[in-house]
Design a protein around this ligand. Structure first.
Ligand code: KIV
Ligand code: ZN
Length: 394
C-alpha cells in the first residue's frame, strides 16, 4: 500500500463556516496561494450553490492556483452539482465533493427517508457528477454513527458509480480513535471494490479527538486526511492540519509521508488567524504562542542542557525561529543565567545565587520577567554588593 497521505485542506469551506470567520474573495485567494505554497494536495475552495460570493470565490481560486486540485462541495442534488461544475470551469485539476447523510439519525430525522432511498440518491449523484468531472469524492455524512454494513453497502455503490475518493466523516466528533480506526479497516475488508478509491478521513473535534481519530484512520489504511489550518471549523473545529502533519513527520516509524513543506506551517497559521480574526489559543499544539516556550526551572535546566529533553519537535521545522525561555517565579538559576548572558552580562556562580534572590522576589509580583526588568535588577545589584561578582560585558 502507498505510504503517501494526501492532505485535503478545507479551511476555506468547513473552516470558513465558523461565524465571524467569513472571508472576501481577495482574502480567500491569499489563503489559497499560501496553502499552495504549503504544499497541500487538495484545496476545498467552497460550496458554490450556497451563495454568489462562494460561487465567485471558487472561480477566482481556480484561476489563481496551479498545483493543488480544486474541490467544490455539493449536496447529492443535480442543481448543486451543475453549479459546482460551472464554478470549477477554470480549475486546472478539479474535484466534485458530493454526498449525503449515512446514519439512521440523519436518514430518519433530517431526510425523513429510508436507507434504500438515500442509497439511490447517493449513487445517482455520483453518476451524474461523473458525467462532467472525472475526480469525484463522495462523503457519507455522519459515517461515524452509521450502521457499518449499510455504510459499506453505500461505499461500494458509489465506487461502482465512479467515486474516486470516499470520505468517511466523523461529523459529530463522537468516535473513539480505536473505533474509528476499526471502521476504516472494516471498509477495507468488506467493500469489494475499495481498491478503486482512496479512503479519506474527515474528523470533527467535539470531544478533542479529531487528530487522534485521523491518525488511527490512516494507520488503518485511509490515504487522505481532511483538515483545516489551526483546526478551525464548525463547533469545536476540524482536525488541525499542523497537528496531523507533524504527528506523521515526528513518528517516522509509521512510514507515512505528506508533501507538506512544514517550514511554512507557522506563517500559514498566522495568516489564517489574522484574516479570519480568530486568535490561536496560546497552548495550541505546534502553532500556539507557548508551543515552544519553557517556563519551569526543571524544564528550562533540562532544555538548556539538551533540547530533546523537553521538545519533540524542532521549532525551526515548522517555521518558528527558536524556542523561548520565559522567566517567571517558577524559573531557576540556569534560565536566569542564560537570559543574562543573552543580554551580554556575565556573572559568577556566587553572583547568580545572590541575584536570584532578588529575581524571585520580583517574579512573585510580576507575572513575567522581561529583559527591561532584568537590566534594572542587574544594575541595582551591581551598585550594591554584586560588583565583585559580576562583569558587564556590554
Ligand atoms: O463534517 C462533515 O460531514 C462534512 C461533510 C460535508 C464532508 O463537512
Ligand atoms: Zn465537516
Amino acid at each position: 500500500m502507498q505510504n503517501k497521505i494526501h492532505i485535503f485542506d478545507t479551511t476555506l469551506r468547513d473552516g470558513e463556516q465558523v461565524p465571524g470567520c467569513q472571508l472576501n474573495t481577495a482574502e480567500k485567494i491569499e489563503v489559497a496561494k499560501s496553502l499552495e505554497e504549503l504544499g497541500v494536495d487538495i484545496i476545498e475552495a467552497g460550496f458554490p450553490i450556497s451563495s454568489p460570493g462562494d460561487f465567485n470565490s471558487v472561480i477566482e481560486i481556480s484561476k489563481a492556483v496551479v498545483h493543488p486540485v480544486i474541490c467544490a462541495l455539493t449536496r447529492a442534488k443535480k442543481e448543486d452539482i451543475d453549479c459546482a461544475v460551472e464554478a470549477l470551469k477554470f480549475a486546472k485539476r478539479k474535484r466534485i465533493h458530493t454526498g449525503i447523510g449515512s446514519s439512521d439519525i440523519h436518514i430518519q430525522h433530517k431526510f425523513r427517508s429510508s436507507r434504500e432511498e438515500v442509497l439511490k440518491q447517493a449513487i445517482e449523484a455520483v453518476r451524474y457528477a461523473k458525467k462532467s468531472v472525472e475526480d469525484i469524492e463522495f462523503y457519507a455524512e455522519d459515517a461515524g454513527r452509521a450502521h457499518l454494513p449499510f455504510l459499506a453497502q453505500m461505499i461500494e455503490g458509489v465506487i461502482s458509480a465512479g467515486a474516486t475518493v470516499v470520505n468517511i466523516p466523523d461529523t459529530t466528533g463522537y468516535c473513539l480513535p480505536t473505533d474509528y480506526g476499526t471502521k476504516i479497516k472494516y471498509l477495507i475488508d468488506h467493500v469489494k471494490n475499495i481498491d478503486k478509491a482512496i479512503i479519506s478521513v474527515h474528523c470533527h473535534n467535539d470531544l478533542g479527538l479529531a487528530t487522534a481519530n485521523s491518525i488511527l484512520g490512516v494507520v488503518n489504511g485511509a490515504r487522505q486526511i481532511e483538515c483545516t489550518i489551526n483546526g478551525i471549523g464548525e463547533r469545536a473545529g476540524n482536525t488541525s492540519l499542523e497537528e496531523v502533519v507533524m504527528v506523521l513527520h515526528s513518528h517516522k516509524d509509521l512510514n507515512l509521508i505528506t508533501g507538506i513543506n512544514t517550514k511554512r506551517i507557522y506563517s500559514t497559521s498566522k495568516l489564517v488567524s489574522r484574516l479570519m480574526r480568530m486568535s490561536v489559543q496560546p497552548n495550541k499544539a505546534i502553532v500556539g504562542k507557548n508551543a515552544f516556550a519553557h517556563s519551569s526551572g526543571i524544564h528550562q535546566d533540562g532544555f538548556l542542557k539538551h533540547r530533546d529533553t523537553y521538545e519533540v519537535i524542532n521549532p525551526v521545522d515548522v517555521g518558528v525561529d527558536k524556542s523561548l525561555i520565559v522567566l517567571t517565579a517558577r524559573s531557576g538559576r540556569a534560565a536566569l543565567r542564560h537570559r543574562l548572558e543573552a543580554l551580554g552580562y556575565t556573572i559568577t556562580k556566587d553572583g547568580i545565587t545572590e541575584l536570584y534572590k532578588h529575581f524571585i522576589l520580583l517574579a512573585d509580583t510580576e507575572k513575567q520577567i522581561e529583559d527591561h526588568h532584568l537590566q534594572v535588577l542587574f544594575e541595582d545589584f551591581q551598585q550594591q554588593d554584586g560588583v565583585k561578582n559580576s562583569k558587564p560585558s556590554l
